[in-house]
Design a protein around this ligand. Sequence first.
Ligand code: HAM
Length: 432
Amino acid sequence: MHVQAVRGFRDILPEEIPRWQHLEATARRVFETYGFREIRPPLLEYTEVFTRSIGEATDIVEKEMYTFQDRSGRSVTLRPEGTASVVRAYVEHHLHAAAPVSKLYYLGPMFRHERPQAGRLRQFHQVGVEAIGVADPGMDVEVLDMLMHLTDTLGLQGLELQINSLGCPACRPEYLRRLQEYLGPRVSRLCESCQRRFRQNPLRILDCKVPACQERLESPPSILEHLCPACRQHHQAVRDGLAALGIPAVDNPRMVRGLDYYTRTAFELLAEGLGAQNAVAAGGRYDGLVAELGGPDVPGIGFALGVERLVSLMPQPTARRRPLVFLAALGAEAEARLLPVLQALRRQGIPAERDYGGKSLKSQLRRAHRLGAAYAVILGEEELGRGVAALRDMVHQSQEDVPLDRLVPTLVSRVEAPAGPAPPSQVREASP
Ligand code: HAM
Protein backbone atom coordinates (compact mmCIF):
# COMPACT_ATOMS: atom_id res chain seq x y z
CA MET A 1 0.00 0.00 0.00
CA HIS A 2 1.31 3.40 -0.96
CA VAL A 3 0.37 6.07 1.54
CA GLN A 4 1.15 9.75 1.36
CA ALA A 5 0.11 13.00 3.00
CA VAL A 6 -3.23 14.54 2.05
CA ARG A 7 -2.99 17.04 -0.85
CA GLY A 8 -2.19 20.51 0.46
CA PHE A 9 -1.04 19.12 3.84
CA ARG A 10 2.69 18.86 4.40
CA ASP A 11 5.17 17.50 6.90
CA ILE A 12 7.51 19.96 8.55
CA LEU A 13 10.74 18.00 8.66
CA PRO A 14 13.44 18.23 11.35
CA GLU A 15 15.73 20.30 9.06
CA GLU A 16 13.07 23.01 8.86
CA ILE A 17 12.24 23.05 12.57
CA PRO A 18 15.03 25.43 13.79
CA ARG A 19 13.45 28.26 11.77
CA TRP A 20 9.97 27.46 13.03
CA GLN A 21 11.15 27.34 16.62
CA HIS A 22 13.11 30.56 16.20
CA LEU A 23 10.03 32.31 14.78
CA GLU A 24 7.77 30.95 17.51
CA ALA A 25 10.16 31.87 20.33
CA THR A 26 10.75 35.36 18.91
CA ALA A 27 7.02 35.95 18.45
CA ARG A 28 6.27 34.88 22.03
CA ARG A 29 9.01 37.17 23.36
CA VAL A 30 7.95 40.19 21.30
CA PHE A 31 4.21 39.74 21.97
CA GLU A 32 4.74 39.32 25.69
CA THR A 33 6.79 42.54 25.78
CA TYR A 34 3.65 44.30 24.55
CA GLY A 35 1.49 42.64 27.20
CA PHE A 36 -0.10 39.92 25.04
CA ARG A 37 -0.81 36.51 26.61
CA GLU A 38 -1.18 33.19 24.83
CA ILE A 39 -4.55 31.55 24.27
CA ARG A 40 -5.05 28.09 22.73
CA PRO A 41 -8.54 27.66 21.32
CA PRO A 42 -9.49 24.26 19.87
CA LEU A 43 -9.01 23.47 16.19
CA LEU A 44 -12.66 22.53 15.73
CA GLU A 45 -15.65 24.85 16.24
CA TYR A 46 -19.35 24.72 15.53
CA THR A 47 -19.69 25.94 11.95
CA GLU A 48 -21.72 29.04 12.83
CA VAL A 49 -18.70 30.54 14.64
CA PHE A 50 -17.14 31.05 11.20
CA THR A 51 -20.19 31.63 9.02
CA ARG A 52 -21.42 34.42 11.31
CA SER A 53 -18.05 36.14 11.59
CA ILE A 54 -16.13 35.65 8.34
CA GLY A 55 -19.30 36.17 6.28
CA GLU A 56 -21.52 33.92 4.15
CA ALA A 57 -20.45 35.55 0.88
CA THR A 58 -16.70 35.13 1.32
CA ASP A 59 -14.53 32.61 -0.54
CA ILE A 60 -13.57 31.03 2.78
CA VAL A 61 -17.13 30.29 3.88
CA GLU A 62 -18.50 29.59 0.40
CA LYS A 63 -15.95 27.05 -0.72
CA GLU A 64 -12.89 26.62 1.48
CA MET A 65 -14.00 25.29 4.84
CA TYR A 66 -13.46 21.75 6.06
CA THR A 67 -16.99 21.30 7.31
CA PHE A 68 -18.61 18.03 8.29
CA GLN A 69 -21.19 16.61 10.65
CA ASP A 70 -19.94 15.06 13.84
CA ARG A 71 -21.50 11.85 15.14
CA SER A 72 -24.30 13.74 16.81
CA GLY A 73 -25.23 15.36 13.50
CA ARG A 74 -23.98 18.88 14.33
CA SER A 75 -22.08 20.79 11.72
CA VAL A 76 -18.48 21.42 12.79
CA THR A 77 -15.58 23.09 10.96
CA LEU A 78 -11.81 22.90 11.22
CA ARG A 79 -10.83 26.51 11.89
CA PRO A 80 -9.88 28.41 8.71
CA GLU A 81 -8.48 31.28 10.80
CA GLY A 82 -8.00 32.24 14.45
CA THR A 83 -9.89 35.50 15.02
CA ALA A 84 -13.39 33.99 15.15
CA SER A 85 -12.27 31.27 17.59
CA VAL A 86 -10.51 33.77 19.86
CA VAL A 87 -13.55 36.05 19.90
CA ARG A 88 -15.83 33.07 20.62
CA ALA A 89 -13.58 32.15 23.57
CA TYR A 90 -13.50 35.79 24.72
CA VAL A 91 -17.31 35.86 24.80
CA GLU A 92 -17.74 32.37 26.26
CA HIS A 93 -15.37 33.01 29.18
CA HIS A 94 -16.52 36.61 29.81
CA LEU A 95 -12.99 37.91 29.41
CA HIS A 96 -14.44 41.42 29.05
CA ALA A 97 -15.51 41.24 32.71
CA ALA A 98 -11.95 40.53 33.83
CA ALA A 99 -10.20 43.50 32.19
CA PRO A 100 -11.09 46.41 29.91
CA VAL A 101 -8.68 45.13 27.28
CA SER A 102 -7.73 41.55 26.42
CA LYS A 103 -4.47 41.18 24.50
CA LEU A 104 -4.22 37.62 23.23
CA TYR A 105 -1.93 35.72 20.88
CA TYR A 106 -2.06 32.25 19.35
CA LEU A 107 0.03 29.94 17.20
CA GLY A 108 -1.16 26.94 15.27
CA PRO A 109 -2.56 25.28 12.19
CA MET A 110 -5.47 26.62 10.12
CA PHE A 111 -7.35 24.76 7.39
CA ARG A 112 -8.66 26.06 4.06
CA HIS A 113 -9.59 23.95 1.06
CA GLU A 114 -7.89 26.25 -1.45
CA ARG A 115 -6.12 25.21 -4.65
CA PRO A 116 -2.62 24.30 -3.40
CA GLN A 117 0.26 26.21 -5.02
CA ALA A 118 3.55 27.79 -3.97
CA GLY A 119 2.85 29.58 -0.67
CA ARG A 120 -0.71 28.25 -0.44
CA LEU A 121 -1.53 25.16 1.55
CA ARG A 122 -4.66 23.52 2.87
CA GLN A 123 -3.15 23.14 6.31
CA PHE A 124 -1.00 26.16 7.04
CA HIS A 125 0.09 27.85 10.24
CA GLN A 126 -0.52 31.27 11.66
CA VAL A 127 0.93 33.29 14.48
CA GLY A 128 -1.78 35.79 15.36
CA VAL A 129 -2.75 38.44 17.89
CA GLU A 130 -6.05 40.00 18.91
CA ALA A 131 -6.46 43.09 21.10
CA ILE A 132 -10.09 43.31 22.19
CA GLY A 133 -11.68 46.23 24.02
CA VAL A 134 -10.00 49.40 22.70
CA ALA A 135 -11.39 51.63 19.94
CA ASP A 136 -8.59 54.20 20.17
CA PRO A 137 -6.41 54.44 17.02
CA GLY A 138 -3.44 54.23 19.40
CA MET A 139 -4.16 50.50 19.63
CA ASP A 140 -4.00 50.16 15.83
CA VAL A 141 -0.58 51.83 15.95
CA GLU A 142 0.59 49.63 18.82
CA VAL A 143 -0.44 46.43 17.03
CA LEU A 144 1.23 47.53 13.77
CA ASP A 145 4.36 48.55 15.66
CA MET A 146 4.45 45.09 17.23
CA LEU A 147 4.11 43.44 13.82
CA MET A 148 7.01 45.46 12.43
CA HIS A 149 9.04 44.87 15.60
CA LEU A 150 8.63 41.12 15.08
CA THR A 151 9.58 41.11 11.40
CA ASP A 152 12.56 43.43 12.11
CA THR A 153 13.75 41.13 14.91
CA LEU A 154 13.53 38.18 12.51
CA GLY A 155 15.77 40.09 10.09
CA LEU A 156 13.20 40.32 7.29
CA GLN A 157 13.75 43.04 4.76
CA GLY A 158 11.98 44.46 1.74
CA LEU A 159 8.51 44.31 3.31
CA GLU A 160 5.82 46.81 2.41
CA LEU A 161 3.03 47.69 4.81
CA GLN A 162 -0.17 48.66 3.00
CA ILE A 163 -3.08 50.11 4.90
CA ASN A 164 -6.63 51.08 4.14
CA SER A 165 -9.82 51.98 5.93
CA LEU A 166 -12.94 49.94 5.21
CA GLY A 167 -15.23 52.46 6.90
CA CYS A 168 -18.00 51.55 9.31
CA PRO A 169 -21.75 50.81 9.17
CA ALA A 170 -22.32 54.58 8.95
CA CYS A 171 -20.31 55.23 5.79
CA ARG A 172 -19.74 51.92 4.03
CA PRO A 173 -23.28 51.40 2.64
CA GLU A 174 -23.13 54.71 0.82
CA TYR A 175 -19.69 53.87 -0.58
CA LEU A 176 -20.96 50.45 -1.72
CA ARG A 177 -23.85 52.16 -3.50
CA ARG A 178 -21.40 54.47 -5.29
CA LEU A 179 -19.15 51.54 -6.14
CA GLN A 180 -22.00 49.49 -7.59
CA GLU A 181 -23.09 52.49 -9.61
CA TYR A 182 -19.57 52.79 -11.02
CA LEU A 183 -19.19 49.04 -11.63
CA GLY A 184 -22.63 48.57 -13.23
CA PRO A 185 -21.66 49.45 -16.82
CA ARG A 186 -18.36 47.56 -16.52
CA VAL A 187 -19.45 44.36 -14.80
CA SER A 188 -20.16 42.31 -17.95
CA ARG A 189 -16.48 42.65 -18.93
CA LEU A 190 -15.20 41.38 -15.57
CA CYS A 191 -14.37 37.76 -14.68
CA GLU A 192 -17.10 35.32 -13.64
CA SER A 193 -16.26 35.60 -9.94
CA CYS A 194 -16.47 39.40 -10.10
CA GLN A 195 -19.85 39.16 -11.79
CA ARG A 196 -21.03 37.08 -8.84
CA ARG A 197 -19.36 39.42 -6.34
CA PHE A 198 -21.13 42.41 -7.92
CA ARG A 199 -24.38 41.47 -6.17
CA GLN A 200 -23.07 39.77 -3.04
CA ASN A 201 -19.81 41.44 -2.09
CA PRO A 202 -18.84 44.21 -4.53
CA LEU A 203 -15.91 45.36 -2.38
CA ARG A 204 -14.04 42.15 -3.25
CA ILE A 205 -14.03 43.18 -6.93
CA LEU A 206 -11.50 45.85 -6.00
CA ASP A 207 -8.77 43.35 -5.17
CA CYS A 208 -9.61 40.66 -7.76
CA LYS A 209 -6.36 38.91 -8.65
CA VAL A 210 -7.24 38.59 -12.37
CA PRO A 211 -5.05 41.21 -14.10
CA ALA A 212 -7.65 41.92 -16.82
CA CYS A 213 -10.22 42.80 -14.13
CA GLN A 214 -7.81 45.22 -12.49
CA GLU A 215 -7.29 46.97 -15.85
CA ARG A 216 -10.98 47.06 -16.72
CA LEU A 217 -11.80 48.57 -13.36
CA GLU A 218 -9.95 51.74 -14.46
CA SER A 219 -10.35 54.16 -11.55
CA PRO A 220 -13.13 53.12 -9.19
CA PRO A 221 -14.16 55.52 -6.42
CA SER A 222 -11.73 55.36 -3.51
CA ILE A 223 -13.16 54.29 -0.18
CA LEU A 224 -10.75 56.69 1.53
CA GLU A 225 -12.59 59.56 -0.12
CA HIS A 226 -15.96 58.32 1.16
CA LEU A 227 -15.27 57.84 4.85
CA CYS A 228 -17.47 59.49 7.47
CA PRO A 229 -15.71 62.13 9.60
CA ALA A 230 -15.12 59.68 12.49
CA CYS A 231 -13.54 57.04 10.21
CA ARG A 232 -11.50 59.70 8.39
CA GLN A 233 -10.19 60.97 11.72
CA HIS A 234 -9.36 57.44 12.86
CA HIS A 235 -7.47 56.68 9.67
CA GLN A 236 -5.51 59.93 9.89
CA ALA A 237 -4.63 59.25 13.54
CA VAL A 238 -3.29 55.80 12.57
CA ARG A 239 -1.23 57.33 9.75
CA ASP A 240 0.12 60.02 12.09
CA GLY A 241 0.94 57.49 14.81
CA LEU A 242 2.85 55.29 12.35
CA ALA A 243 4.74 58.31 11.01
CA ALA A 244 5.67 59.35 14.56
CA LEU A 245 7.18 55.88 15.12
CA GLY A 246 9.01 55.93 11.77
CA ILE A 247 6.95 53.06 10.33
CA PRO A 248 6.45 53.54 6.60
CA ALA A 249 3.00 52.59 5.32
CA VAL A 250 1.35 53.02 1.93
CA ASP A 251 -2.36 53.75 1.52
CA ASN A 252 -3.98 51.17 -0.75
CA PRO A 253 -7.67 52.00 -1.18
CA ARG A 254 -8.18 48.81 -3.24
CA MET A 255 -7.10 46.47 -0.45
CA VAL A 256 -10.30 45.05 1.02
CA ARG A 257 -9.41 41.67 2.66
CA GLY A 258 -11.23 38.38 2.23
CA LEU A 259 -13.09 38.35 5.54
CA ASP A 260 -16.24 40.38 6.11
CA TYR A 261 -15.74 41.31 9.76
CA TYR A 262 -13.37 44.21 9.17
CA THR A 263 -14.23 47.82 9.95
CA ARG A 264 -11.95 50.84 9.60
CA THR A 265 -8.25 49.88 9.60
CA ALA A 266 -7.24 46.98 7.36
CA PHE A 267 -3.66 46.17 6.45
CA GLU A 268 -1.37 43.71 4.70
CA LEU A 269 2.35 43.20 4.93
CA LEU A 270 3.70 42.23 1.51
CA ALA A 271 7.04 40.67 0.69
CA GLU A 272 9.05 40.67 -2.49
CA GLY A 273 10.04 37.28 -3.86
CA LEU A 274 6.98 35.32 -2.79
CA GLY A 275 5.23 35.37 -6.17
CA ALA A 276 1.45 35.65 -6.24
CA GLN A 277 1.03 34.71 -2.56
CA ASN A 278 2.97 37.71 -1.32
CA ALA A 279 1.11 38.60 1.90
CA VAL A 280 3.15 37.47 4.91
CA ALA A 281 0.76 39.01 7.38
CA ALA A 282 -2.61 40.68 7.34
CA GLY A 283 -5.20 41.99 9.72
CA GLY A 284 -7.38 44.85 10.77
CA ARG A 285 -10.05 46.18 13.05
CA TYR A 286 -13.32 44.31 13.68
CA ASP A 287 -15.44 46.58 15.83
CA GLY A 288 -18.72 44.69 15.36
CA LEU A 289 -17.50 41.10 15.65
CA VAL A 290 -17.70 40.55 19.42
CA ALA A 291 -21.36 41.65 19.46
CA GLU A 292 -22.06 39.56 16.35
CA LEU A 293 -20.87 36.47 18.25
CA GLY A 294 -23.12 37.26 21.21
CA GLY A 295 -20.77 39.33 23.37
CA PRO A 296 -20.83 42.95 24.46
CA ASP A 297 -20.41 45.69 21.89
CA VAL A 298 -16.63 46.05 22.20
CA PRO A 299 -14.13 46.72 19.42
CA GLY A 300 -11.09 44.68 18.44
CA ILE A 301 -8.07 44.62 16.18
CA GLY A 302 -5.48 42.00 15.28
CA PHE A 303 -3.37 40.35 12.63
CA ALA A 304 -2.06 36.95 11.63
CA LEU A 305 1.25 36.02 10.06
CA GLY A 306 1.52 33.11 7.65
CA VAL A 307 4.26 30.98 9.20
CA GLU A 308 5.18 29.00 6.05
CA ARG A 309 5.58 32.21 4.03
CA LEU A 310 7.56 33.94 6.75
CA VAL A 311 9.84 30.98 7.35
CA SER A 312 10.63 30.78 3.62
CA LEU A 313 12.05 34.31 3.86
CA MET A 314 14.07 33.74 7.02
CA PRO A 315 17.75 32.82 7.06
CA GLN A 316 18.64 29.61 8.94
CA PRO A 317 19.13 30.74 12.56
CA THR A 318 22.59 30.20 14.02
CA ALA A 319 21.33 28.62 17.21
CA ARG A 320 24.02 27.94 19.80
CA ARG A 321 23.52 24.36 20.83
CA ARG A 322 25.35 22.78 23.73
CA PRO A 323 28.24 20.67 22.45
CA LEU A 324 27.50 17.00 21.87
CA VAL A 325 29.43 14.17 23.51
CA PHE A 326 29.67 10.86 21.64
CA LEU A 327 30.40 7.67 23.57
CA ALA A 328 32.18 5.00 21.52
CA ALA A 329 32.31 1.63 23.31
CA LEU A 330 34.20 -1.36 21.98
CA GLY A 331 32.83 -4.59 23.41
CA ALA A 332 30.07 -5.50 25.84
CA GLU A 333 31.95 -4.62 29.02
CA ALA A 334 32.87 -1.15 27.76
CA GLU A 335 29.28 -0.63 26.66
CA ALA A 336 28.03 -1.53 30.15
CA ARG A 337 30.54 0.90 31.74
CA LEU A 338 29.49 3.78 29.45
CA LEU A 339 25.75 3.35 29.88
CA PRO A 340 25.56 5.16 33.26
CA VAL A 341 27.90 7.84 31.88
CA LEU A 342 25.47 8.44 29.04
CA GLN A 343 22.59 8.68 31.51
CA ALA A 344 24.48 11.04 33.85
CA LEU A 345 25.43 13.40 30.99
CA ARG A 346 21.89 13.58 29.68
CA ARG A 347 20.47 14.16 33.16
CA GLN A 348 22.79 17.15 33.45
CA GLY A 349 21.40 18.51 30.20
CA ILE A 350 24.39 17.61 28.04
CA PRO A 351 23.44 16.17 24.65
CA ALA A 352 25.05 12.73 24.42
CA GLU A 353 24.86 9.94 21.85
CA ARG A 354 26.05 6.35 21.49
CA ASP A 355 26.10 3.79 18.73
CA TYR A 356 24.39 0.43 18.55
CA GLY A 357 25.26 -2.96 17.13
CA GLY A 358 28.92 -3.30 18.09
CA LYS A 359 30.34 -1.26 15.18
CA SER A 360 34.05 -0.70 14.61
CA LEU A 361 35.79 2.31 16.16
CA LYS A 362 36.22 3.85 12.73
CA SER A 363 32.53 3.58 11.95
CA GLN A 364 31.54 4.96 15.37
CA LEU A 365 33.87 7.96 15.02
CA ARG A 366 32.53 8.61 11.54
CA ARG A 367 29.06 8.85 13.04
CA ALA A 368 30.34 11.10 15.85
CA HIS A 369 31.78 13.39 13.21
CA ARG A 370 28.56 13.38 11.18
CA LEU A 371 26.56 14.34 14.26
CA GLY A 372 28.94 17.24 14.90
CA ALA A 373 30.14 15.87 18.27
CA ALA A 374 32.56 18.16 20.09
CA TYR A 375 33.99 15.29 22.18
CA ALA A 376 34.21 11.54 21.73
CA VAL A 377 34.86 9.15 24.59
CA ILE A 378 36.56 5.96 23.45
CA LEU A 379 36.50 2.91 25.69
CA GLY A 380 38.05 -0.39 24.54
CA GLU A 381 39.59 -3.36 26.30
CA GLU A 382 42.99 -1.70 26.58
CA GLU A 383 41.57 1.43 28.26
CA LEU A 384 39.35 -0.67 30.53
CA GLY A 385 42.45 -2.55 31.67
CA ARG A 386 44.05 0.75 32.70
CA GLY A 387 40.85 2.14 34.32
CA VAL A 388 40.71 5.09 31.91
CA ALA A 389 38.81 6.26 28.85
CA ALA A 390 40.28 8.18 25.92
CA LEU A 391 38.70 11.62 25.60
CA ARG A 392 39.06 13.01 22.10
CA ASP A 393 38.51 16.68 21.34
CA MET A 394 36.94 16.37 17.89
CA VAL A 395 37.44 20.01 17.00
CA HIS A 396 41.10 20.39 17.93
CA GLN A 397 41.97 16.75 17.14
CA SER A 398 43.69 16.15 20.48
CA GLN A 399 43.29 13.18 22.80
CA GLU A 400 44.00 12.42 26.46
CA ASP A 401 43.29 9.70 29.02
CA VAL A 402 40.75 10.41 31.79
CA PRO A 403 40.24 8.05 34.79
CA LEU A 404 36.87 6.35 34.42
CA ASP A 405 35.63 7.61 37.79
CA ARG A 406 36.42 11.22 36.73
CA LEU A 407 34.82 10.92 33.31
CA VAL A 408 31.47 12.60 34.02
CA PRO A 409 32.82 15.67 35.93
CA THR A 410 35.61 16.09 33.34
CA LEU A 411 33.11 16.06 30.46
CA VAL A 412 30.79 18.45 32.29
CA SER A 413 33.59 20.96 32.91
CA ARG A 414 34.81 20.71 29.29
CA VAL A 415 31.36 21.17 27.82
CA GLU A 416 30.60 24.11 30.07
CA ALA A 417 33.93 25.89 29.46
CA PRO A 418 33.79 28.64 26.81
CA ALA A 419 34.78 27.11 23.46
CA GLY A 420 38.23 27.98 22.09
CA PRO A 421 38.52 28.90 18.41
CA ALA A 422 38.17 25.97 16.01
CA PRO A 423 41.19 25.32 13.77
CA PRO A 424 40.56 27.03 10.41
CA SER A 425 40.68 23.82 8.37
CA GLN A 426 37.96 22.20 10.44
CA VAL A 427 34.70 21.94 8.56
CA ARG A 428 31.86 20.98 10.91
CA GLU A 429 29.15 18.81 9.49
CA ALA A 430 25.46 19.35 10.19
CA SER A 431 24.62 18.98 13.86
CA PRO A 432 21.81 16.62 14.82
P1 HAM B 1 -5.80 36.15 6.30
O1 HAM B 1 -5.38 37.26 5.42
O2 HAM B 1 -6.85 35.24 5.77
O3 HAM B 1 -6.25 36.79 7.67
O4 HAM B 1 -4.54 35.28 6.68
C1 HAM B 1 -3.40 35.86 7.29
C2 HAM B 1 -2.13 35.29 6.68
O5 HAM B 1 -2.15 33.85 6.72
C3 HAM B 1 -1.94 35.60 5.21
O6 HAM B 1 -1.39 36.89 5.02
C4 HAM B 1 -0.99 34.51 4.77
O7 HAM B 1 0.36 34.86 5.11
C5 HAM B 1 -1.42 33.33 5.61
N1 HAM B 1 -2.28 32.42 4.82
C6 HAM B 1 -3.61 32.55 4.58
N2 HAM B 1 -4.04 31.52 3.83
C7 HAM B 1 -2.98 30.71 3.60
C8 HAM B 1 -2.81 29.47 2.89
N3 HAM B 1 -3.81 28.85 2.30
N4 HAM B 1 -1.56 28.94 2.86
C9 HAM B 1 -0.52 29.56 3.47
N5 HAM B 1 -0.64 30.71 4.17
C10 HAM B 1 -1.85 31.29 4.23
C11 HAM B 1 -6.74 36.09 8.73
O8 HAM B 1 -6.70 34.89 8.83
C12 HAM B 1 -7.24 36.95 9.86
N6 HAM B 1 -7.75 36.09 10.94
C13 HAM B 1 -6.15 37.87 10.37
C14 HAM B 1 -6.63 38.73 11.50
C15 HAM B 1 -6.36 38.56 12.80
N7 HAM B 1 -7.40 39.79 11.38
C16 HAM B 1 -7.63 40.29 12.57
N8 HAM B 1 -7.02 39.54 13.47
